[in-house]
Design a protein around this ligand. Sequence first.
Ligand code: SAM
Length: 161
Amino acid sequence: MRTRLDDFISRISAQRDILDHIAAGQASLPDGPILEIGLGNGRTYSHLRVRFPGRHIIAFDRENGAHGSCRPDDDDVVIGDIAETCLSYTGTRAAVVHADIGTGYREQDAIIREWLPSRVVAVLAHDGFAASGLELKHPELEEMPLPASVESGRYFLYRRR
Ligand code: SAM
């Protein structure tokens, strides 16, 4: 039987492998910042900083709660409800959007899935990549093949048309 620990490990590995996959092809990425939707403890933020050197990273959360070793400048953290704050970044043309705001609760995640795809499209450049722990259904987001190490349905990768 799968445990929550198993699920956590597979989610975190999927996150890392997908971000590494995008980074490996970054020569073909459009210009633009990286948006980290859900800063949390900053683990993914620390990975993005290393894998995408020179890219401006803007993080979104209710607070700047990242660990001191990888805490973004407060100027690079957009505080508030992402459903609202993301809208004010419409037209940003981000090269990469990473969204890790799933709750693990079916009903709550269903609500997030209603607003998150349009927010991602609003901030993402054409040909930019979006990686998300929740499925993003939107006509402008084309689902992309996952790295072989990532179980189908565990994490999602898209390119904006
Ligand atoms: N990837 C992060 C890391 O490596 O540490 C973990 C992200 S954690 C799973 C999700 C984060 O998203 C939490 O810090 C939570 O506060 C934030 N979050 C979720 N929904 C949000 C919302 N609607 N507005 C603002 N922040 C939100």
